[in-house]
Design a protein around this ligand. Sequence first.
Ligand code: CDP
Length: 759
Amino acid sequence: QAPAEVKVSKIPSACDERPMAEVALQTPPTSAVSKPRGALNGKHDIPRPHKRAALQHDPAVNGKRQHEGRRNPQTSIPVHLLKKRDELLVSRRTLPIWPHAQSIRDALRKTNILVLTGETGSGKSTQVPQFLLDESWCTKAIAVTQPRRVAAISLARRVAEEMGSFFGGQSPAAKVGYSVRFDNASGPNTKIKFLTEGMLLQEMLRDPDMNQYSAVIVDEVHERSVNVDLILGFLKNLASGVERTGKKRRTPLKIVVMSATADVEGLVQFFGQDQDQSAVPPAEEGLLKANSLISICFVEGRQYPVRTTYLPEASMDWVESALKLIFQIHYKEPLPGDVLVFLTGQDKIESLQKLVNDYAEGMDKDVPRLLVLPLFAALSQPAQQLIFQPTPHRARKVILATNIAETSVTVPGVRFVIDCGKSKIKQFRSKLGLESLLAKPISKSAAIQRRGRAGREGPGQCYRLYTEADYKTFEERTIPEILRCDLMQALLTMKARGVNNVLGFPFLDRPPRDALEKALFQLLRLGALEKIGAISDIGLKIAKLPVTPTLGRILIEAAKPERDCLLDVIDIIAALSTEDNIFFNIVSEERKEEAEAARHELYRREGDHMTFLATVQRYAEENSDRKAWCERHFVSHRAMQNIMNIRKQLRQQCQSLKLLNSAEATTTSTTPNVDAILACLLRGFVSNTARLMPDNSYRTFIGNYTVSIHPSSVMHGRKVKAEAIVFSEFLYTNKAYAKKVSAVQMNWVEDVVKEVWNV
Ligand code: CDP
C-alpha cells in the first residue's frame, strides 16, 4: 500500500536536520551555561526512597504532617515545597528544551501529533508535560510512558518537586503520580502520570478511547520495546479513526512521540499513512484541517566533545580491561570526573564491584577514595538513588551500569565512559519456543549514546573495550524487540483490544508472518483464543492480569473447582514475579555451607516451586520479626517484602476477575495439594517440559533439546533423578539450562501435551 502524502509543519525556531548524534558530538556548546557540578541536578540532592517520600509528601496518607511547617495560605502547600520549586525553576530555564516551550504548545494547538527529538538530558521527559498542562485543550490528565520502572518513579518525583506539588497518593493537591506494575501511586486528581508502557497498555484495555487523558506522551521511543510498538500502533489507529471501540472522544487525543535518536522520517511516515479525516467529529471544524498535519521538533543537545579510544586488539576478558582502565583513570586524571562503566548485567556488575573494592583497599592513603556504585533495573530504589548524590570531596564515583544508563537515567558528574560494547537482550529461540537473555554486541547507535554520556558537563573521554574494526561490524541500530521476542503477550493484548486481524495491524516494523502465526498457535494451545481466532473468555481474563499469558493461564487453571489451589499458586507466581533472588548468591564457601543448612527446612523434594511456596508461607506466618527470620534462613528480606506486595495485588486482581471471592482472599493457606499445583504449572508451562533420557540428561518434550538443571535449583545434582521436569525459566549461557524446576510424573506431561496438541 502506497503511503499517503503527509504534510509536515516544521517548527521554525527548532529545526536542525542533522542527525542528533552528529550534532551532539561535533558541536561544542556555545549556549551552555557553565555551572558548578551538580547544580542542574536537583534530584541528586534527595536520595530518599520513593515510597517514603510519597508518604511524607502526601497529607492524605500522613495526616500529622499536614499541620507541620508553614504553608502558603492560598494554596495550602507547605512553603518548603514552593521554595524548592522556585530553586529548581532556575535550572529548568537553562535546559535546551526551554526555549522551545512555545513552539511545542503551538504545534499541538495546530496538530494532534508531535514527533520530538532531543538528546538525553535536554529536558524532554520532565518539561514537555509541564509545558502542556495549562493548554485549553488539556482538560484531563497527561500520560507519559517510560520503558522502565525506575525512570517512571524518579521522573514523577522530580516533576512533583519542580511543580511544588505533592506526589502520588489520593491527595487533591498531588498533581503528579506514577503507575508501575504492582505499584500505583496516582489518584483521580493526578494531572501528570508517569507509567510504564505495560501499564498504559493495561489501561488501554479498560478504556479503549483513553477518555481519562487529554494527551499521551510516548517517551524513549528509540528503545523500541514491544510495548512501545503496540502503543504506537493503537495510538495510530485511534488517531486515524480505524479503531472506534468504546465511548467516542469528544476532543481528539494529543499524541507526543519523544526520542533521543528517533528515525523521525519513519515515525512521520507511520503516523501519516491512512489518516482518516472523517474520523474527526464534525463539530471540531478547526481541528479537521489540523488532523492532517504532524509536527516535528528537534531540540539541540548540550554536548561537549568526547574523545574516543579503542582497544588496539580484542580483549578476551573485558572485566579485567575495565578494572585496569578504572585505576588508570583514577591515578592519571584530575578530580572531579566520575566514571561510568557499561556492563552487561547484574552478575558482571557485582563481580567488577568486588574487584574494584578489593584493589582500592590497597591504595595509598593520599589517593582520593573510589566510590563504586552499581546501577541495574532490579536494584532497590534507595540503592539506585545513591548514584544521584553529589560525589563527596576528594572522591571519584565509579558507576557500574547496564544499558539503563544509556538514555533512561541521566547520571550526573560523568566525564569518563568505559563501554564493554555488549548488552543483554531478550532473544526468542523460536525452535525451542523459549525466550532467553543473551549478551550480544550493541548497535552503533547505542555505542554513540553511551559515548555521549561522557560529554554532558564538560569535554570527556570514552574508552571502548573493543577494536575499531569490531565497531564497524556493529549493526547501525538496535533491532526492535518485536522482531526478536516471543509475541504471545503482544498478540493477546491486541486481540483483547479488539484487533481481530493481527496480521493487518500497523506495526512500525512488521514481525515475520511465521513468528506471528506461531504466537497465535501458542495462544490457542493455552486456550486464550477460540479456534476461529477470536479471543476466548479465558484469554480476556488472562489479558487483564498483570503477568505473562503463561502465568495468567496457570492462575485461571488453579481457580477451577477441580484444582482449587489458587491461593497457593498465587504465592508461587508472586515468587516467580519478583526480580530479586529469594535465595541470594553466597560467595564465601564457609557461609555457603551454613546457608544450605539453614535453608534446608524450606527445601522441598518436589522442586523449586514448592520450595518457593513453603518459603512464602513460612514468612507470611512469621508474626514477630520477619527480618530476623530472613537473616536466620539466609533469605532475602527485600525479595520477601516484594513478594508479599505482589501476592496482595494478585489476590485483588483475582478477586476483581471473580476468580476468588473476598472471604477466600483473606484466608491463610492450608496444607498444599501438591499434585493439583503441579498440574496447574504444567498447563501453562507445557512447552517447558523435559524427560529423563537413558544417559541421565533431560530432553525437552517439544523440540527435543537437551537442557541441564541449573545449579541454583534445589533439584540440581540429585542422585535419583525425576523422570520428567517442568521449568519456569530458561537460561542459555554456555549451554541450555532449566531454572526453577519441579519434578513431575511422565504420564501427567503426556496427558497435557496430548490435550493441547488436540486443539
Ligand atoms: O528526557 P530527557 O532525557 O531529555 O531529559 P529529562 O529527563 O527531562 O532531564 C532533564 C534534566 O532534569 C536532567 O538534566 C536532570 O538533571 C534533571 N532530572 C532530575 O534531576 N531527576 C530526574 N529524575 C530526571 C531528570
